[in-house]
Design a protein around this ligand. Structure first.
Ligand code: NAP
Ligand code: GDD
Length: 337
């Protein structure tokens, strides 16, 4: 019997890579999709299977992390072996503008899902997408023992989701784990996160479609890895004999400025000619430096990052240059091209 999994956030960056990974492993994958007034499945269009297809291995279901009853019904019907909670309002800057919504979906949403697993009486393993943003002001390097000091409504919501997951493990013996993932990017990254905003601008500037890139704090330090490698770590956590929490990171720091320099240089452009400061992109409270220590994931999961920040920037610039070129040629554009 092949395994089955439910992924919330299947239409997001990580959800799309995780769905690909699980399908390749022979899983039946169920994806939770929230209702939108326009198509929101672009990242999974290449693996989409229509409702009329026989023996589908990817099945999408409409629901929402704000609707606990829908979650109970879905889990009771599907009884998946594994649940990956990747759904969230995941933008840190936006969480300052929509704090209650972020708390509801990103924080309470995690608890709703855990309670739905418990209420539906099924035996399933749960992965919670926790975040290095929970460390916030705690000085680097950060590992599983570092105390949390969140600096945004998003970070606070993720701390709530983290402790809810630990609590359901301790209180009910649930196999529930936290992956504390540091920033991870790809050509499928949302266009308003800083790496993709930069690589997309590089491609458009090179093509003559844009002449300025406005950014906020260039001094922030992040530990940027490659998303397809990070979803593999998620899967490994759920294959262990015992549930536990793991940091997933490259361990290599870079400033936003360094990412900008690498991305522009890869396209033969001098970044200072194009990049301008706009305070609009500053946060009311910033996370200055995130640098992860993923020794535990290395030792217990056999996981290690291989793509580091400079290669990552080049992968993303190349993909965005191809993307712009396809658009200009009027070709049908695939998301990871
Ligand atoms: P993403 O691209 O922003 O995807 C978020 C997903 O959540 C999308 O599928 C989105 O649907 C869905 N979603 C939003 N609101 C929802 C709701 N009310 N009900 C159900 N689904 C909802 O995020 P990502 O980068 O793939 O990250 C995946 C998870 O890991 C998130 O929980 C994020 O907070 C966490 N995380 C990410 C990173 C990182 O660096 N990428 C690091 C640590 C933790 P739409 O497509 O319709 O918007
Ligand atoms: N988005 C954005 N836009 N960020 C900018 C900009 C800009 O124009 N200019 C500078 N930055 C700085 C931010 O202030 C921040 O310090 C850094 O770039 C990274 O910002 P984001 O790419 O938006 O990511 P994030 O670190 O805030 O959050 C991401 O990583 C978390 C894990 O640490 C998100 O993916 C979260 O969902 C995730 O949990």
């Amino acid at each position: 019997m092949s395994k089955s999994a439910l992924i919330t956030g299947v239409t997001g960056q990580d959800g799309s890579y995780l769905a690909e990974l699980l399908l390749a492993k022979g899983y039946t994958v169920h994806g939770l999709v929230r209702r939108s007034s326009s198509f929101n499945t672009e990242r999974i269009d290449h693996i989409y299977q229509g409702p009329q297809e026989a023996n589908r291995s990817l099945v999408l279901h409409h629901a929402d992390l704000s609707d606990g009853v829908a979650l109970v019904n879905l889990l009771r019907d599907l009884q998946p072996d594994e649940v990956y909670n990747l759904g969230a309002q995941s933008h840190v800057r936006v969480s300052f503008d929509a704090p209650l919504y972020t708390g509801d979906v990103t924080g309470l949403g995690a608890l709703r899902l855990l309670e739905a697993v418990r209420a539906s009486g099924i035996s399933t393993r749960v992965y919670q997408a926790s975040s290095s943003e929970m460390f916030g002001a705690a000085p680097p390097p950060q590992n599983e023992s570092t105390p949390f000091h969140p600096r945004s409504p998003y970070g606070c919501a993720k701390v709530f989701g983290y402790w809810s997951t630990v609590n359901y493990r301790e209180a009910y013996g649930m196999f529930a784990v936290n992956g504390i993932l540091f920033n991870h990017e790809s050509p499928r990254r949302g266009e308003t996160f800083v790496t993709r905003k930069i690589t997309r601008a590089v491609a458009r500037i090179q093509a003559g479609l844009q002449d300025r890139l406005y950014l906020g704090n260039l001094d922030a330090v992040r530990d940027w890895g490659y998303a397809p490698e990070y979803v593999d770590a998620m899967w490994r956590m759920l294959q262990r004999d015992e549930p536990d929490d793991y940091v997933v990171a490259t361990g290599e720091p870079a400033t936003v400025r360094q990412f900008v320099e690498t991305a522009f240089a890869h396209a033969g452009l001098e970044w200072a000619e194009y990049v301008r400061y706009d305070p609009k992109y500053e946060r009311p409270s910033e996370v200055d430096a995130l640098i992860g220590d993923a020794s535990k994931a290395h030792d217990l999961l056999g996981w290690k990052a291989s793509v580091k920040v400079e290669e990552l920037a080049r992968i993303m610039v190349d993909a965005d240059i191809q993307h712009v070129s396809d658009q200009l040629a009027g070709a049908t554009v695939r998301i990871d091209r």
